[in-house]
Design a protein around this ligand. Sequence first.
Ligand SMILES: Nc1ncnc2c1ncn2[C@@H]1O[C@H](COP(=O)(O)OP(=O)(O)O)[C@@H](O)[C@H]1O
Ligand SMILES: [Mg+2]
Length: 349
Amino acid sequence: MLADLQLRNFRCFESLGLEFAPGFNFFIGRNGQGKTSILEAACVLLRLQSQRSATLGSVVRFGQKSFAVSGRRENHRLEFRYSPLRRKIAFDDVEQRTLEDYLRIGRVVSFANTDIELIRGGSEARRRYLDFLGAQIDPLYRPTLRSYERALRSRNALLKSSQPRPREIAAYDAPLLEHGARLSGMRTRLVERLAPLAAAAHRDISGNGEALQIRFGPGNSEEFARDLENSRARELRLRQTVVGPHRDDIEILVEGQLANQYASEGQQRTVALALKIAQSRIFMTEEAAPPLLLIDDIFGELDPVRRNALLQHLPPESQKLVTATTMQWREEGVEGPIFELHDRQVIRR
Ligand SMILES: Nc1ncnc2c1ncn2[C@@H]1O[C@H](COP(=O)(O)OP(=O)(O)O)[C@@H](O)[C@H]1O
Ligand SMILES: [Mg+2]
């Protein structure tokens, strides 16, 4: 478990130190008190990335140049200092050049109300869902994604220039194809692993026997090179690369119908929960590593039936950091320390 957490110049907090219990930990306070920021700090500490924003620049407290987070998990001390110019990580007080040892310590699954965007929103939310998981189970995932993105950016910059030169653009075809094919392969396998777990989680929590199916929707065919070749005219017209993993998606179907078009809001919320439970089950069953669960504003909002179903199917071994505006929803048997947030002060009850 994550035993403690210290933050410095992190979002709204100048300085804060917390000690956690195994199992449930509750963070209660009105909106804007810093609840999500505490969950984010735990995520940034363990994964060096935020569950809510794509970059870390916005995490630095207004008017400051850098933030720091530190804490202990599995008897290892982790420390991360970030400024836009420099990142520093230390593992057991030794500064690290590579991320490997550091990132082995903690896995994270984040549940939030905004997860409904996984079903309703654009494909970017679904790629982020895959990438957040992929980066935690395969050390090569993030470097591959970054290399693909770099090739894509360079290529798109050329396509946007006033006089695009086909030969210069083609110079980026090779890295785009190479990293793109690797990334597609990783995402294909991820969706294959997730699909049965998501279907089972959905059966567990929906209680109505509706079948959930997820399928990978690749942004290119198996003949990526030929797709690229065939898209030359279109990409010159649209001034961007139009095929490839940056167009990957996940198709989500409930009872054989596309969930974004046919499922009710309640059904969509259940699917979102199932997708997140599936992530935590990958860690449990395939990695034997209970993830830290960040559960942001979910319990207070769910109806009692869904809330109980969710409570019953979260991995019991996992430590859980839970935010809510009140504790009125609490079910019997759900015990743990309550941290009250008020005026940047956190008081443990
Ligand atoms: N970089 C930052 N520096 C200072 N304050 C910030 C920063 N980013 C967000 N905030 C503020 O932090 C407060 C707490 O945000 P949040 O953790 O989302 O609260 P909660 O989850 O309790 O609603 C908000 O009032 C927000 O305006
Ligand atoms: Mg919040």
